[in-house]
Design a protein around this ligand. Sequence first.
Ligand SMILES: [Fe+2]
Length: 193
Amino acid sequence: MVNTSNFSYATDLASETFFSAHLKLYNGYAESFNKITQKRLTEEDLAEANAAAGRVRDAKRGESYALAGVLLHELYFENIGNSETYPGPAALRLIERDFGGYENFLGKFSAVCLAARGWAVWALNARAGRGEIFLLDAHDDGAVFGSLPLLAADMYEHAYFGDYGSDKAAYVNKFMTRIRWDAVEERVNSLAQ
Ligand SMILES: [Fe+2]
């Protein structure tokens, strides 16, 4: 059972109307996850499992899609704000180590946003021993196990089409100036503990 958090409208990245609609989507992912996981798969369902179709496949695909939808939206709502801020010392250290500087990071993150259909997520990966910006075409596509997320940008059309139309670049440019670096700093610091 997953519960949702209450996010209040505190960003000019989106208008209040579309922000509210976005929150409804977020809550919907949690409802879907709870519905899917509360439903028991029968012996018959398990016996019929195969990779083409069926209840096991539908349930498992839905489960990861809905749960990742909840988690990613929480990261996103927490890391967007109402003014331009700059990375704190802990985040900056990682940015310099893994991307060769703040400007390089901004350029690469923006490019991954433009290339993505679902999400751009800066995360530290334990196996790689460094940070990388992952491109997700759906909530549960493109993420790598062992990754700890630091910054998430929602690149689904529902995140920007209402306010920016097809001008995806305008949304990305605005996003880059609305990152709540204090939230990112807290994530980096919590990893160090
Ligand atoms: Fe979204």
